[in-house]
Design a protein around this ligand. Structure first.
Ligand code: SF4
Length: 233
């Protein structure tokens, strides 16, 4: 299975106003309307996803689709499965180019928030599609994911983005996403990783010591990397 395409995007003004805290900009409402009237039509989020076999797993390294990935946490997560789905989602190059051109800091912030909404929306769209495709009602199996460079640096080093992107092929030609010399994605409002099926689930925040973090979804579990199985009995 391999698919690339546009993800639907319905601009939700109420959510957007909450994100930017619109109450701070009441006196600039007309200017904001003008920015959104121009920028919203440029939002064209996209996704690319492909299925790959898990071919061999050691303690620290794992062979997927002929590429070696280095992460003991990823290797532990994939012990119970024989396939992954590598993916990239993006806000789309059109809104990213508009963002790059915007020199005014406040307008840049407004467009940045719109681009962030776009990539989050594409991510939710793809995740829901994968759940519909892979999960059966009543099953305890969960659709889980990991992202290179997420959580503490050594959990899954960002450099593995090169292997992930080489699995997926022409990401730039198909959805306009490339890697720069620092393994960061361009447009920056893009997300990449592996989906996989798991009976126990996984959340990157378990292996992330960032503190404070306003977007933390689960408590830090400092023992997870030493003995992950102990947390699941
Ligand atoms: S704790 Fe925060 S920074 Fe760390 S993985 Fe979770 S959301 Fe990301």
């Amino acid at each position: 299975m391999r698919e690339a395409g546009e993800a639907p995007f319905a601009f939700d003004r109420e959510t957007y106003d909450r994100w930017i805290r619109f109450d701070r900009y009441l006196s600039l409402a007309e200017e904001l309307e003008g920015v959104l009237a121009e920028a919203v039509p440029l939002v064209r989020p996209r996704y690319l996803i492909g299925e790959f076999p898990v071919q061999a797993a050691g303690e620290e390294e794992i062979l997927i689709g002929g590429r070696v990935f280095t992460s003991s946490v990823l290797a532990w997560n994939l012990k119970r499965t024989d396939r992954v789905w590598a993916y990239v989602v993006t806000c789309g190059r059109e809104i990213a180019h508009r963002l790059e051109k915007e020199a005014d800091p406040l307008r840049n912030y407004w467009i940045d928030a719109l681009a962030e909404m776009a990539v989050q929306s594409a991510s939710a769209y793809l995740e829901n599609r994968m759940k519909e495709r892979l999960l059966t009602p009543g099953s305890e199996i969960r659709l889980t994911y990991m992202n290179p460079g997420s959580a503490d640096r050594e959990v899954w080093p960002l450099e593995d983005q090169r292997e992930l992107f080489s699995l997926l092929g022409d990401t730039e030609g198909e959805i306009g996403v490339s890697l720069n010399g620092s393994c960061l994605m361009e447009p920056a409002k893009s997300l990449s990783g592996f989906y996989f099926l798991s009976p126990v689930g996984f959340v990157s925040c378990w292996v992330c010591s960032a503190s404070p973090c306003k977007t933390r979804q689960a408590p830090y579990k400092p023992d997870f990397r030493k003995n992950p199985s102990s947390l699941f009995g």
